[in-house]
Ligand binder design. Structure first.
Ligand code: PEP
Ligand code: MG
Length: 329
């Protein structure tokens, strides 16, 4: 009984009071997507398309791209699949997009910014995503990595519209995007918090450097405050948007590794995020712990974490309020 709780996810993410919190998977291609479907993920919250083409020295052809995306969509008929456009650069260089001689690659031309130096690749990728989407029952959403301003979000949304893709969104993984989420969400339909890079950039600590691991911790209250600011931005955008018929905020999910930490997942739920996307291995434990708290309890724990003086204190305060964690070992 206990072990089945830990090794399986029944396919419905929810809190103790019945509040639904869909749990999605982060995948890098068709094989991962099949495994995620076997693990009962409720969809794909992050398809890292650069993982499909890490071995390519040249831009993948339209046909190769369509096949790669179709392979993922086929694993999730009727479900949401969020495709992220190529996030090349820094820790994931792609020879056809990135300049390996940049002095500060994490602060350089990476993610969406490669459209400045290599125009056309992004538009061709969006055309391939749209072609693959036309042949599937999956609900295809598309988002850009490393968006820093509302103007970039608007430019990306225009490219999506031109390609016939109807649900454009952005990753919020740069502090400037978190702090201007209200204006960014005027331009796109959803946001997805990338807590790995959001932590790296909030703490000014290279995510690949072991000695900086204490700084590179999504429990850092500064990072949690940026998550909170993003959700608040979505609420403000909904309140002030011209379409008064719906005041529901646009979705703000999380697709960074933070979502895979059960105690941090509770904090993120309490901060008001609408979905969590993670490595499929993490689904059972995250789902089990989420079911032990109501939304009101998660909100209390989240405010304690945001108000804590350190990452360690935030973690301790939340763990102390989650007796279910002890059962997970
Ligand atoms: C992130 O930055 O949190 C994220 C999900 O993207 P990646 O880890 O691929 O940079
Ligand atoms: Mg990132």
């Amino acid at each position: 009984e206990q072990s089945s709780l830990l090794t399986t996810f029944d396919g419905t993410g929810q809190l103790a009071d019945g509040t639904l919190l869909p749990l999605l998977a982060n995948v890098g291609g068709a094989k991962d997507a099949q495994e995620a479907a076997m693990a009962n993920a409720q969809g794909v919250g992050l398809l890292r398309t650069e993982f499909c083409f890490l071995g390519n020295s040249t831009e993948p052809s339209h046909e190769d791209q369509v096949a790669a995306y179709q392979g993922v969509f086929e694993a999730f008929p009727g479900k949401k699949v969020v495709v992220r456009t190529l996030d090349a650069g820094a820790d994931k260089p792609l020879p056809f997009l990135t300049d390996s001689t940049e002095p500060n690659p994490a602060l350089g031309v990476r993610g969406y910014r490669t459209d400045l130096t290599t125009p056309g690749v992004l538009a061709r990728q969006l055309a391939a995503i749209a072609a693959a989407a036309a042949t599937t029952e999956a609900q295809v959403w598309v988002m850009a990595p490393m968006i820093s301003t509302a103007s970039e979000a608007a430019d990306f949304a225009a490219l999506c519209t031109a390609a016939g893709l109807r649900v454009p969104g952005v990753m919020v993984e740069v502090p400037s995007a978190a702090l201007t989420a209200r204006h960014i969400l005027d331009q796109v339909e959803f946001a997805s918090l990338g807590t790995n890079d959001l932590t790296q950039y909030a703490m000014a600590a290279d995510r690949q450097l072991g000695p900086l691991a204490t700084l590179n911790d999504p429990w850092q209250p500064a990072v949690l405050a940026l998550v909170q600011a993003t959700v608040e931005g979505a609420i403000a955008q909904a309140k002030h948007s011209a379409s008064l018929e719906t005041s529901l905020p646009k979705p703000v999910g999380v697709c960074g590794e933070a979502a895979a930490d059960p105690a941090l997942a509770v904090v993120l739920a309490g901060l008001g995020v609408s979905t969590l996307s993670m490595t499929p291995r993490a689904l059972p434990a995250v789902a089990a712990v989420l079911r032990t708290v109501t939304l009101a309890q998660a909100q209390v724990l989240a405010q304690r974490a945001v108000g804590a003086p350190s990452a360690a204190a935030a973690r301790e305060l939340v763990r102390a309020g989650l007796p279910a964690l002890a059962d997970l070992g």
